[in-house]
Design a protein around this ligand. Structure first.
Ligand SMILES: [Zn+2]
Length: 298
């Protein structure tokens, strides 16, 4: 049977019923007419990983998520600024090693870049994400809008890992830090992006939520400090190298314990913030199945 090219549905951004177009995340334009960049991406994605890449692997992921109006508005208003940013990051990342820190200078139009990143998350996080966080609709659809929710934190980092990872919005219990995190990560060489419902000060990621405070046409330039993080596992915020993951797999540690109450809270947060009916949006970052302590509450 021929592939169906016309798919109608509710647009994940504006919510209207319309023909849904193919949205490239990250935007396809990021790699158009930039032969140097394209070569680098091919080099980095040759043995691509876990995601299903649409078309040529260097184009990223294709999702039918947005109506044509939402799709083309994003491309026209934010695409070029995002492309300019990526073309500054890519040549540095190519030469950098994991955990290295570097500065990208001359970054212009920060609000526009933030809006493009949010649009990528709309397509990466599934059809219910905007419904659960409705302010995002206005933020993306109106280029001048600067209203950012104080509950949401956005970060970026550099990555040299081949391919990419897309976690969707999920909650997990960080055993090391004993905290529940509700995050979404979308990474595709050379940039990783994270949305979080808590501040992530203790992770090697660079905050960008305050870019909402710049006017859309702000004429200045920023210098941005980025860390190169490996994104080898399937889990958001897991920045271990492949060697570290292999080593951890053989390490024998006491089984971690988690309270049943914590587990229920993880599931509740994932549901409330991700929207929709999905119930499997939570995970534990650990190499051992934890013991669940449930029953009598103190
Ligand atoms: Zn739309």
């Amino acid at each position: 049977m021929a592939r169906q090219d016309t798919i109608e549905g509710f647009c994940w951004l504006c919510g209207r019923f319309a023909k849904l177009t193919r949205e490239h995340i990250p935007p396809r334009a990021a790699f158009n007419n930039k032969s140097v960049l394209l070569l680098a991406v091919e080099e980095n994605t040759r043995e691509t990983g876990r995601l299903e890449w649409g078309g040529k692997v260097e184009e990223g992921l294709i999702v039918r998520s947005l109506c044509s109006e939402c799709n083309s508005r994003g491309g026209a208003k934010y695409g070029t600024h995002y492309v300019d940013f990526i073309s500054r990051v890519a040549p540095i990342v190519e030469r950098a090693k994991d955990r290295e820190q570097f500065i990208v200078s001359g970054v212009g139009r920060p609000l526009s870049i933030l809006k493009q990143i949010m649009q990528s998350f709309v397509s990466a996080n599934g059809p219910s994400f905007v419904e659960a966080n409705p302010w995002i609709r206005k933020f993306i659809r109106n280029s001048r809008n600067q209203e950012w929710s104080p509950d949401l934190f956005a970060y970026i980092f550099a990555t040299n890992t081949r391919g990419g990872r897309k976690s969707g919005l999920g909650a997990f219990f960080d055993f090391g830090r004993k905290r529940i995190r509700t995050v979404a990560e979308f990474s595709f060489w050379p940039l990783g992006m994270v949305l979080s419902f808590d501040s992530l000060d203790e992770y090697p990621v660079t905050p960008i939520h305050h870019w909402a405070q710049y006017d859309y046409s702000w004429p200045g330039q920023l210098d941005i400090n980025l860390v190169v993080n490996p994104t080898s596992s399937a889990y958001a915020l897991d920045f271990r190298t492949r060697a570290e993951m292999n080593r951890d797999a053989f390490r024998i540690e006491p089984r971690p314990k988690v309270a049943g109450e914590t587990l229920r809270e993880v599931m509740r947060l994932a549901q409330a913030r991700g929207g929709g009916k999905t119930t499997d949006r939570w995970a534990f970052v650990t190499n051992q199945r934890p013991d669940i302590e449930d029953g009598d509450e103190e």
